[in-house]
Design a protein. Structure first.
Length: 456
């Protein structure tokens, strides 16, 4: 416990910079204070929420002097919902700090002096850019209060009823409002993970950019619903004529993840199609697809450039999902082998390869690490797009043994990117890193990093 700080203490702080993750950073009496809800350039009055030996955490209560980079938020829910933190920060500053966070993580964790990090590529759209939104149900019944449907408060399980949202299209908010009212009228409560009682869990809305198709996925518990879900699905199709498909999935597992375990029924074709560049993708209810279509097109183009394919290379696509990146490279490769643990995603990848007429693609459903140890075809180029936790440490070691000429690492977490780059440093040099902003107004940043094999 710090002798200088104590919980509940009030401080006046000049916020100097932004920490990785989005909190403001200030200093007082030689100590660092991480300030929730504060922007670089602001002077704030803040309350200490955690006092440690060498630092403190605090929450901004009042802005005493405004930052020159402050801008007026455009959503009525800003500050209440956790959907986006930085509506009040000028977009150029958002990009600046995102690139700086990538550079800082590579320097501090990977121990690379002056890494080449390009300026962050802006999202082509700053509103209406998301093609997928996940909304949570809460409450309902006799004890839970009125049924809510919306987004979680930042750092909380509480749900904010969403009346408007500027991340997807305006139609998405209309679907949410209509669904909330319909479900309230059923008097059926939402699912409570503590008691495992109740029905409604999530509403997932997907909207394509190129084909203008919309999918709504209603995720419930497996509880009996008396036909309520089918009635909702039919009502949505009648209310929104442009709705391509409605899917009902159930999820029994307690963790609050907006992913179905079993599909009960669908109205319409059961999937939607999207196009990124020249490649068409079929998106099923639980398949992964980059949530910012127009920015993903820029990211895929950068990955193609980094791979530098000539038509003779065998490409290994790790954590391939439904084949997005691998298919984007297939026309320039001799072959593409994708590896993914989720069997349903592999099924989608195979369907997408067929949809685009690619015969040089193969997809394997299995553990990435085990597959790396038992490959039949030696890869010339490896594409890896791991989850936020990064690659398994032994996967990095296996890549060192495979020794492809180039590794193109797609990252959604600069910290685990830096950790994996450090693990690969024995055989690879980090040539460059290109940040892409697929999530404006949030702390998240995607990167395309190019690693080349060291010459002996």
């Amino acid at each position: 416990m710090s002798e200088f700080f104590h919980n509940g203490q009030t401080l006046e702080l000049n916020v100097e910079r932004m920490a990785f993750g989005g909190r403001g950073v200030a200093r007082t009496e030689g100590f660092v204070v991480f300030v929730e809800g504060a922007l670089p350039g602001q002077k704030v009055r803040a309350t200490v929420t955690k006092a440690a030996k060498r630092f403190a955490e605090a929450t901004a209560d009042e802005v005493l002097e405004q930052s020159p980079h402050w801008t007026q938020p455009f959503c009525l829910h800003f500050g209440k919902c956790g959907g986006c933190m930085f509506q009040d920060l000028d977009y150029a500053e958002q990009l600046k700090w995102k690139a700086e966070h990538v550079r800082d993580q590579l320097s501090r964790i990977a121990h690379i002096k002056d890494p080449l990090v390009h300026p962050a590529q802006a999202s082509p759209e700053l509103r209406g850019f998301r093609n997928k939104m996940e909304f949570a149900f809460a409450g309902g019944g006799t004890e839970g209060g009125p049924l809510s449907l919306g987004l979680h408060r930042r750092g909380s399980e509480r749900v904010v009823n969403i009346e408007e949202c500027h991340l997807p299209s305006p139609q998405c908010a209309e679907i949410v409002r209509h669904t909330r009212e319909f479900c309230r009228n059923t008097s059926i409560p939402s699912y409570d993970p503590r008691t495992r009682q109740g029905l409604w869990r999530f509403l997932v809305v997907r909207e394509t950019k190129a084909t203008l198709q919309t999918m709504v996925q209603i995720i419930t518990s497996p509880a009996q619903d008396g036909g309520a879900v089918r009635s909702l699905a039919e009502d949505l199709r009648n209310r929104f004529p442009g709705l391509t498909t409605v899917v009902h999935s159930t999820r029994k597992a307690r963790p609050a993840i907006a992913q179905g375990e079993r599909q009960v029924f669908h109205l319409g074709q059961g999937s939607i199609d999207e196009q990124v560049g020249d490649i068409r993708y079929r998106i099923s209810p639980d398949s992964f697809f980059q949530t910012n279509t127009l920015a993903a097109e820029l990211l895929y183009a950068a990955a193609r450039n980094a791979a530098a394919l000539t038509g003779t290379e065998h490409v290994l696509d790790l954590y391939c999902g439904s084949g997005g990146l691998g298919l984007a490279l297939a026309a320039q490769a001799a072959s593409v082998t994708g590896v993914e643990t989720v069997a349903a995603a592999v099924h989608d990848a195979e369907a997408n390869a067929k949809l685009n007429g690619f015969t040089n693609c193969k997809f394997i459903a299995g553990d990435v690490l085990l597959t790396l140890k038992d490959l039949e075809q030696h890869p010339d180029v490896v594409i890896t797009d791991p989850p936020r936790s990064g690659m398994h440490p032994e996967a990095a070691a296996a890549l060192l043994k495979l020794a492809p000429e180039r590794i193109v690492y797609i990252s959604c977490n600069p910290a685990t990117l830096a950790r994996d780059v450090k693990q690969l440093a024995e055989g690879y040099a980090l040539v460059e890193t290109r940040p892409f902003d697929l999530f404006p107004h949030s702390p998240h940043i995607e990167c395309v990093a190019l690693l080349e094999r060291l010459k002996s």
